[in-house]
Design a protein around this ligand. Structure first.
Ligand code: FDP
Length: 341
């Protein structure tokens, strides 16, 4: 076997293979996905050095070149924006780190709009725990100008979505609405290789991810739901395990591969959730659905939420379909005041 045949399929080869199935494709979508991969490599390089920079920064927050050490989430944000801006594929962007929409004017403006969280799980950066970039891709609606509805639109209109987890290895997962595929970055050659094709989220939910210290703010259905999940564990010999990284993207990635549910319920007093609709919940919900899972805010499908602001928040229940449906039963039961049984 030749050396080339021993390699896996690279991200670029996979994207091109898919593009050839669309005869009228002009290649801009493929180019955009490839450039997101490039941004992921650049951010990986920074994440891998973060511990070292932190050590240098500890002596006065100045790096070896005499510059103030920037926060990694700012670096990731600037990197993502600049790579996408130069790609020629994007007309506008919305980022967790930016108050307003970032428009790409002139000849560089492309056919797509991207909403992203440059570095999800940022409270885990300083302690060397997995973090990630999450992105949602839409086709722009008006060729001449960026309109409000290019950005503020329901997640069901996404044409692609994905995330890059910076963990023990860097993994890029994306969906084009047909399959969910995972690529792992080989640091020795700087290339992503296809490592999991057409991922299906296991129907059996074996992982439970929730920050239980939020209990004082929960709606009445949450505790009974968790008790029911745990009660079943005894009978079924510990069917689920609690696993909560505290980086949504890492928790989701694990549950996607192993089967599980992640919950960040709305605050019962304010009725507000913590997680952002446009660049956290929508892309992960799209991936979950394509992989056979589900995502709701408790009962309403995440992808049907009509956002009114760039940084709108929602409750999130995402994971194996049957488990998300079971949550909806608890929500309904407690909303209707039927609490017995
Ligand atoms: P972080 O605040 O560290 O950026 O919305 C971001 C997020 O992390 C998620 O990644 C994570 O799951 C969640 O918030 C954690 O929030 P709590 O600390 O309130 O549990």
């Amino acid at each position: 076997m030749s050396l080339a045949a021993e390699f896996g399929i690279t991200l670029t080869q996979h994207i091109l293979r898919k593009q050839y199935g669309h005869r009228d494709a002009r290649g801009q979508f493929s180019q955009l996905l490839t450039q997101i991969g490039v941004a992921g490599k650049l951010i990986t390089a920074q994440v891998r050095r973060a511990g070292l920079i932190e050590l240098w920064g500890a002596t006065g927050e100045i790096n070896v070149q005499g510059e103030t050490v920037q926060k990694l989430d700012r670096i990731a944000n600037d990197t993502f924006i600049e790579v996408l801006r130069r790609s020629g594929c994007v007309a506008a962007m919305a980022s967790e780190e930016e108050d307003e929409v970032i428009e790409v004017p002139g000849p560089l403006a492309g056919d797509y709009v991207v909403a992203f969280d440059p570095l999800d799980g940022s409270s885990n950066i300083d302690v060397n725990v997995s973090i990630g970039t999450i992105f949602a891709i839409y086709r722009r609606q008006d060729r001449n100008e960026v309109v409000r509805s290019d950005i503020l639109r329901p997640g069901r209109e996404q044409v692609a979505a994905g995330y890059i987890v910076y963990g023990p290895s860097t993994a890029l997962v994306y969906t084009d609405g047909h399959t969910v595929d995972c690529f792992t970055l080989d640091p020795s050659c700087g290339e992503y290789f296809l490592t999991r094709e057409n991922i299906r989220m296991p129907e059996k939910s074996v992982q439970l991810s929730i920050n239980e210290s939020n209990e004082p703010y929960w709606s009445p259905w949450v505790r009974p739901y968790l008790d029911a999940v745990k009660a079943r564990n005894d009978a079924e010999k510990r069917r689920v395990s609690s696993r909560h990284v505290g980086s949504l993207v890492a928790d989701f990635h694990r549950n996607l591969l192993k089967g599980g549910i992640y919950l960040y319920p709305t605050d019962a007093k304010t009725g507000r959730g913590k997680l952002r609709v446009l660049y956290e919940c929508n892309p992960l919900a799209f991936i979950a659905e394509v992989a056979g899972g589900a995502a709701t805010d408790g009962n309403r499908r995440i992808l049907d939420i009509e956002p009114t602001g760039l940084h709108d928040r929602t409750g999130l229940v995402i994971g194996s379909k049957s488990e998300v449906e079971r949550v909806a039963e608890f929500v309904e039961k407690f909303a209707s005041g039927v609490t017995g049984g």
